[in-house]
Design a protein around this ligand. Structure first.
Ligand SMILES: NC(=O)c1ccc[n+]([C@@H]2O[C@H](COP(=O)([O-])OP(=O)(O)OC[C@H]3O[C@@H](n4cnc5c(N)ncnc54)[C@H](O)[C@@H]3O)[C@@H](O)[C@H]2O)c1
Length: 249
């Protein structure tokens, strides 16, 4: 078991890549705090984990809410005793027909960038006390290149996640904390996708993927598993693309 005796918090774990990551981590021996704004979906993930012999609990968490973060950290420690891993996965899509919309910019910064910062802010003091920890921040190919179909706020927020991860990696390495970012490419459409759920747009995006197919959620979950586990004990501050060789569009 690759995460035996570890405790992980995964955000946005009710659906998509977050759910896949939570289930894989539990199968590899971690106790998982599944968090999301989707209560029913998060509870289903926990039921699947517990039914297959794993250990998990669900807590409602909006990642933009700092008091919510404090209570998730407190509950995780009182339930599972420690926090070894944080996967900052929750996110909202940047696919919006109005590429110059201010509200979209603000939402992107709030959820996709500030939400990731608040997560690190909440868990790092606990990891410092323990002298160890691994944080995996889910960015995107959009944090590396610009794209025609995505609001620039998404690229900016995902770019912020990429650079914040590198900064945190340098700042907290002396405490034994590793921080890395994962950059998925074209994956199943996000729940909040508008334009990028359109088959015509998706076909055009697919033409930029040398592998010629959409990624599978578990392919990202396995990258998260490697970075969360002690197998990557000398790796910090890296950006790991999981994108089938995605080319700039
Ligand atoms: N799907 C893609 O093509 C793709 C590509 C690259 C990166 N990503 C990133 O990967 C991560 C997961 O995406 P996904 O494809 O699984 O998306 P998804 O829409 O399937 O799942 C995202 C999850 O985050 C949750 N969430 C949204 N806002 C939240 C908030 N404020 N607080 C807490 N939870 C919230 C949602 O309820 C949902 O369960 C996101 O950060 C996304 O930006 C996705």
């Amino acid at each position: 078991m690759r995460l035996k005796d570890k405790v992980a918090i995964v955000t946005g774990a009710g659906w998509g890549m977050g759910a896949s990551t939570a289930e894989l981590f539990a199968a590899e021996g971690a106790c998982v705090m599944v968090t999301d704004i989707l209560d029913a979906e998060g509870t289903d993930v926990v039921a699947r984990i517990n039914d297959s012999g794993g250990q998990a609990r669900f807590l409602t968490l909006d990642v933009t809410n700092d008091t919510g973060w404090a209570s998730v950290v407190g509950e995780t420690i009182s339930t599972f005793g420690q926090i070894d891993i944080l996967v900052n996965n929750a996110g909202v899509s940047g696919s919006h027909p109005d590429l110059l919309n201010t509200q979209t910019w603000d939402e992107q910064m709030d959820v996709n960038a500030r939400g990731v910062f608040l997560g690190m802010q909440a868990v790092i003091p606990q990891m410092q006390k323990a002298g160890a920890g691994s944080i995996v921040n889910i960015s995107s190919i959009s944090g590396i290149v610009g794209q025609s179909f995505v609001h620039m706020g998404y690229n900016a927020a995902k770019g912020a996640v990429r650079m914040a991860s590198k900064a945190a990696a340098v700042q907290f390495a002396p405490d034994g904390i590793r921080v890395n970012s994962v950059h998925p490419g074209l994956m199943p459409a996000m729940r909040t996708s508008k334009m990028t759920a359109d088959p015509k747009v998706r076909e055009k995006m697919l033409s930029a993927v040398p592998f010629g197919r959409v990624g599978r959620v578990e392919e990202v979950a396995y990258a998260n598993l490697f970075l969360a586990s002690d197998e990557s004990s000398y790796i910090t501050g890296i950006e790991l693309p999981v994108d089938g060789g995605f080319l700039a569009m």
